[in-house]
Design a protein around this ligand. Structure first.
Ligand code: SF4
Ligand code: SF4
Length: 82
């Protein structure tokens, strides 16, 4: 892996967070069920709050498994590129 790729990967790990679109969520719980860290993603989706949990690996399981496309990754502004 090149330096650039590695730096990019780390930036995503540090600066990425899962953000829900609450209006689309049907509360099926698939996201919470598939989270390897046991984070209750559904509860975040219900409240429309980003998953701000230090245990989140930004592995993408919840994003990939949600049948409604509710979840997406968002980069935190502190690492915004110029
Ligand atoms: S998998 Fe998607 S629709 Fe189901 S509870 Fe989670 S965010 Fe909501
Ligand atoms: S990105 Fe992975 S660790 Fe983070 S909430 Fe989703 S499934 Fe859990």
């Amino acid at each position: 892996m090149s330096f650039y790729e590695e730096a990019k990967r780390r930036t995503v790990l540090v600066a990425g967070q899962v953000v829900p679109d609450a209006a689309r969520c049907v509360q099926c719980g698939i996201c919470s069920f598939n989270c390897p860290m046991g984070i209750d993603v559904r509860a975040h989706a219900w409240r429309g709050e980003p998953v701000v949990n230090s245990r989140c690996l930004t592995c993408g399981e919840c994003v990939a498994r949600c049948p409604r496309g509710v979840l997406r990754f968002e980069r935190l502004s502190i690492f915004k590129e110029k």
